[in-house]
Design a protein around this ligand. Structure first.
Ligand code: FES
Length: 891
């Protein structure tokens, strides 16, 4: 193999490489560098930023020969003081969430520190345009860079409150919780935050174990084709290839799925492919490069068929069948009152069609899995241990066990780190195939998807068509809503039926409507699968109902704020499903918190949001936590929920500290598929509400024992906490108060445009029930608003004949750092009766109203009502700091 010699972090280094490998490949595969991450290999995300001869460079774009004789510096090689300054600043300012992008960003920040530019927002924003962050919305990264710059100059670490402390609606001390004991209600520092910044907390793609093999997937080339044969010989004969797995190798269930088992881990000869993300084979080889090249040699023969891509056509009689029992995946209807009569008696009636687009989650960490064969039982039975980045260790465990055809206990799944998910890592991606490879070969196997494969494989946000007719009286009070919603669920069920169920439930937003007639259908097609994504159907419904409210306001001659205040849910009112709102309903409070902002400028838009917390709709919702006292009194917190940047592990540690008074330094948190921690999927903003309740119960039991014993005396003891919600009913259930959901979060957002119609500021008021960690809450909302602005203006994943037009990150329309407007978050706490400490969940609702608020602002600016997302080609692009405008949403 050829060799390259260069100076790495001050040391002369010689590394071997395979032809075509990049500097990033050599650093990560050959030299064990973990701070430089592989987010895209397309030169767009910035996660692999290093210094070459002291200048920032993207390692994925550097031919390894280019660094021969030169100096390469990674985050590991920075001076210790710079590392400390950067790590402390990012944690103190809330500039790190999932942490996958952060080492690359920190590397860039270091160059700004050295140039004395860290305090110059314009320079920082421009420099960060070379990076993608999908979690933070960038503004807390700007703060972190500025704080690091100050510390770099003064020599002191940034250990003060963040520059922009969380703000509460009632203007209580704005830095409440900062510097307190890191219990509930304090802005406690992120769990292992400094390790995330420095890249020393590994992700799955960073793990290496002795004897590890590497796997690469072979995906379908056609969205719909009948596979006749799969020829693996050309791959098997390539150097370094160990085995090629296909459908014939699956000993157990070949179909997996969270709700419907319709998704093959491998498509078998004789079957049809359903989308371009179908897995045909898995090539296992000694190196990733060998596996990837051999995967390209697998030959698939068959008949190419015309893909079914229109959900309306998919429902016609005689349409080719994509779903196992027909193309209608699920239909949800909700009916209350006499809608026809109510519309007939209404002073004003409007009808409109709204359309929303398919978008990609674009989490920065592509899917990855490491599986190891294990001997788990006393009887010597073998099993498999899976290191995952998925959203539910227990669901993964159950599905992998089914694929292997073994009982669940022989599979153990542990979360490593999760570099962002937003719903896109709920379904199995390559965990089943990778576990199977380790199981059959008796060797550790790791599979890491490329960015292109990641985009093809996981489900997207549903494109929907929403037809609304709604009426109001002369004062703008809603009388009735009729909605027909059609969602393209693509190739597999995933949780598509549940997303459309949620769209139906949230079809009237946070408004009281006396008569409703709602029908939502999820439909199979040969498009990429659609499934969970932050907001889970509520976003599409919010875009429609908020647009309808603006239209009615115009028709009735009522102000857009006033029409909302007249209709917004109050305690005692009914949600669309008929559920009666309790005293914890903070919808009105959220709306009133943005009233002044709405009235503060000539061109503003307003929208409200509601989002359920917890699964609800008749399904049991459980959170469980185990506290285990380890040697010397250290404490392990075991949960089944995933930390994916939302701050769950930080919160669980806060709860334990709050209840027990233990030092946070002795507490570690893990997500592992232990039966006693069974908690289900990390979805629906439920992890904090349910997990903190479960942790509280366990911690209170521990606290009782700590009254009489020191922690070390309790070594070996275990404390379990559980919270079960089993009182919800499905939508449409006949009950006086059909409680379809555990609880809800509420929001109101105002978008302020400048005189040229460009977004200047977003004000976001959110009732979170209880801000268990205020800084985390605010950071989550800022990141969500950034995502919501992209959804409104530019994000899209258009497909042609079932195939995404582009698999490049740069074509997804994600808003860059310099284009993010000012975002002001106002927290409200209307405590919830059931969520832990009153919490309601904040992860999803942050962007539920954003697109509608943008549409409302645009209509106020130019009088045109937009009913299709994204709102491209409009003037409503964001504004670059310092006055330079950037066409974020240009066609
Ligand atoms: Fe930036 Fe997650 S913290 S992508």
């Amino acid at each position: 193999m050829p060799e390259v010699t260069f100076t790495l972090n001050g040391k002369a280094t010689t590394a071997t490489y395979e032809t075509g490998e990049t500097l990033l490949d050599v650093l990560r595969l050959g030299l064990g560098v973990t701070s430089a991450k592989n987010g895209c290999s397309q030169g767009y995300c910035g996660c692999c930023t290093v210094l070459v001869d002291e200048r920032p460079a993207l390692a994925c774009q550097k031919d390894v020969n280019d660094v021969q004789g030169r100096s390469v510096t990674t985050l590991e090689g920075l001076p210790e003081r710079a590392r400390q300054v950067l790590a402390s600043a990012f944690v103190a300012e809330g500039g790190v969430q999932c942490g996958f992008c952060t080492p690359g960003v920190a590397m860039r920040a270091y160059t700004l520190l050295r140039r004395g530019k860290a305090g110059d927002r314009e320079s920082v924003a421009r420099a960060l345009d070379a990076h993608l962050c999908r979690c933070t919305g960038y503004r807390r990264i700007f703060d972190a860079v500025a704080a690091a710059g100050e510390a770099w100059e003064t020599g002191a670490l940034p250990d003060r409150p963040p520059r922009r402390p969380p703000r509460f609606a009632d203007d209580r001390a704005t830095s409440r919780g900062i510097g307190q004991r890191p219990g509930v209600g304090a802005s406690a520092p992120r769990y292992r935050g400094e390790d995330l910044v420095l890249g020393t907390k590994p992700f799955v793609g960073d793990l290496r174990v002795p004897g590890m093999l590497h796997a690469a997937v072979v995906l379908s080339e056609h969205p719909r084709s009948r596979v006749a044969s799969i020829d693996t010989e050309p791959a098997l004969s390539r150097p370094g290839v160990v085995r090629v797995l296909t459908a014939a190798d699956v000993p157990g269930e070949r179909f997996v799925g969270l709700v419907v088992r319709d998704w093959p881990v491998f498509v078998a000869p004789g079957e049809e492919t359903h989308c371009v993300g179908d897995v045909i084979a898995l090539v296992v080889a000694e190196t990733p490069t060998a596996a990837r090249r051999a995967a390209a040699a697998v030959r698939v023969d068959g008949e190419t068929l015309e893909p079914l891509t229109d959900p309306s056509i998919a429902l016609e009689v005689g349409a080719p069948r994509v779903g196992p029992a027909g193309n209608l995946l699920e239909s949800c209807t909700i009916s209350r009152g006499d809608v026809d009569a109510a519309l007939a008696a209404s002073a004003h009636v409007v009808s409109a069609r709204f359309t929303t687009q398919r978008i990609e989650h674009a989490f920065l960490e592509p899917e990855a899995c490491l599986a190891l064969p294990t001997t788990l039982t006393a009887g010597g039975e073998n099993g498999v241990k899976v290191y995952s980045q998925g959203q539910g260790v227990h669901d993964e465990q159950a599905q992998i066990a089914a694929v292997l055809g073994v009982e669940r206990g022989r599979v153990e799944v542990e979360l490593v780190s999760n570099g962002g998910a937003f719903g896109g890592k709920e379904d199995l991606s390559i965990q089943g195939q990778t576990a199977l490879a380790a199981w059959l070969l008796g060797r550790p196997v790791r599979c890491v998807l490329s960015r292109e494969q990641s985009i093809l494989l996981h489900p997207k946000r549903h494109p929907m068509v929403l037809d609304y007719t709604a009426g109001c009286d002369a004062e703008g009070r809603l009388t009735a809503v009729r909605a027909r919603i059609l969602g393209d669920s693509g190739a597999y069920a995933s949780v598509g039926g549940k997303v459309l169920e949620r769209a139906a439930g949230h079809s009237c937003g946070p408004y009281s409507v006396p008569a409703v007639d709602i029908e939502a259908k999820a439909v199979y097609t040969n498009n990429p699968p659609s499934g969970a994504m932050r907001g889970f159907g509520a976003n599409q419904a919010a875009f429609a109902i908020e647009g309808v409210l603006d239209l009615l306001a115009e028709r009735a001659g009522v102000d857009r704020y006033d029409i909302r205040e007249r209709n917004v849910l109050r305690p005692g009112d009914r949600f669309a499903t008929g559920q009666v709102m309790t005293a914890s309903c903070g919808a009105l409070a959220a709306l009133q918190a943005v009233r002044d902002a709405y009235r503060s400028a000539a061109h503003t838009g307003i929208a409200c949001g509601i989002k359920n917390t917890g699964i609800g709709n008749g399904l049991e919702d459980t959170g469980r936590v185990i506290l285990r006292v380890l040697e010397g009194g250290a404490l392990e917190v075991v949960t089944g929920f995933t930390e994916m940047g939302q701050g769950l592990f930080t919160i669980l540690r806060q709860v334990v500290v709050h209840e027990t008074g233990l030092d946070p330094a002795v507490i570690r948190v893990v997500a592992r598929s232990e039966a006693a921690a069974l908690s289900g999927m990390t979805t629906a903003s439920r992890a904090t509400a349910l997990g903190s309740m479960a942790a509280r119960r366990a911690a209170q039991a521990l606290a009782a024992d700590l009254r009489d014993h020191g922690p070390a005396e309790l070594e070996g003891r275990e404390y379990r906490g559980e919270y079960v919600c089993d009182f919800t009913v499905p939508p449409g259930a006949r009950a006086d108060n059909p409680v379809t959901h555990l609880t809800f979060g509420y929001a109101a957002q105002v978008v302020i445009l400048d005189g040229d119609g460009r977004i200047e500021k977003v004000v976001a008021a959110h009732d979170v029930g209880r801000a268990v960690n205020p800084l985390s809450c605010v950071a989550q909302i800022e990141g969500a608003v950034h995502m919501g602005l992209g959804y409104a203006l530019s994000e899209d994943l258009p497909c042609e004949k079932g195939r995404p037009r582009s698999l490049r990150l740069r074509d997804l329309g994600i808003i860059r750092a310099s284009q993010v407007p000012e975002i002001e978050v106002i927290l409200l706490e209307v405590p919830d009766e059931v969520g832990g400490y009153g919490s309601k969940g904040v992860g999803e609702i942050g962007l539920v109203p954003t697109a509608a608020a943008v549409a409302s602002a645009l209509a106020a600016f130019d009088g045109t009502r937009r009913t299709a997302l994204p709102m491209r080609g409009t003037a409503a692009v964001t504004k670059r700091r310092g006055g330079r405008r950037v066409e974020a949403a240009a066609d």
